[in-house]
Design a protein around this ligand. Sequence first.
Ligand code: BJW
Length: 235
Amino acid sequence: MGASRIVILTGAGVSAESGLGTFRDVGGLWDQYDLDEVATPEGYGRNPALVLDFYNARRANCRKAAPNPAHAAIARLQRQHRGRVTLVTQNIDDLHERADSPEVIHMHGRLLRALCAACGHQWGWAGDMGLGDHCPSCASVGTVRPDVVWFGEMPYQMEAIWARIEDCDLFVAIGTSGAVYPAAGFVADARDRGARTLEINLEPSDNASLFDQRLLGPAGETVPVWVEGMLGGGE
Ligand code: BJW
């Protein structure tokens, strides 16, 4: 089926075959860590060292990981599709960028950036983060945190994302469980605006009933096939 304005939402499943853990699958990150302790501002307030260690370990894993065929296929679609392709990711890794995606909206922030909790300054951060680090803008110590969006915080670029969703004719969710809002609500927003909806996942997500079509299987296999169909004129 033809589509001129596509919005793609990716989640942890798109990076699973690159060796980065998902959250809610069996053995996923939330089986190993208490999300209230590592992914909330309150948890960070209680034990910042634990939270910084959690993200230091994930940053190290991210550096070792490489993009997989799903990232590459999405980048190819963005570059070669005649219409507009907006890529919104919930992932904080940089694998879409390393696969040469021309534009990526990181709604849950980025692992390779730091945020000063005191002054809001944001800047690039490649190595480990510690309690003694200081903000280069306001010089505060003890306020440097990963630039990621925790529960209870407002995701980034929501106005831009909603504008693209309101204006899309195909919405595609890839490798996301549909358990976390506002991202989980995008499919309903897109449907309300008349867009067709496609889910690409290992198994049906929590909001599977809202998708018109589904491709089940590992993203590294299913996404390249879907993209080939899109660029070849079919689907
Ligand atoms: C494969 C695969 C393979 C595996 N191939 N597929 C109702 C309405 C609105 C909000 C709320 C609400 N109820 C509660 C809320 C608040 C809360 C929320 O959603 N809570 C839920 C628990 C219910 N949301 C928030 O607090 C958000 N902020 C907010 O709402 O602000 C107010 C607001 C109001 C109105 C409008 C706008 C804003 C913030 C959410 C922040 C989420 N942060 C985290 C952690 C930080 C980043 C990090 O450390 O990485 O983000 S939580 C975690 O979940 C992470 C992820 O980005 C996010 C989504 O997870 P994802 O990507 O879906 O992963 P999984 O593991 O769940 O699923 C993996 C999927 O892949 C599975 O389906 C597998 O099958 C599949 N898979 N292998 C293909 N090889």
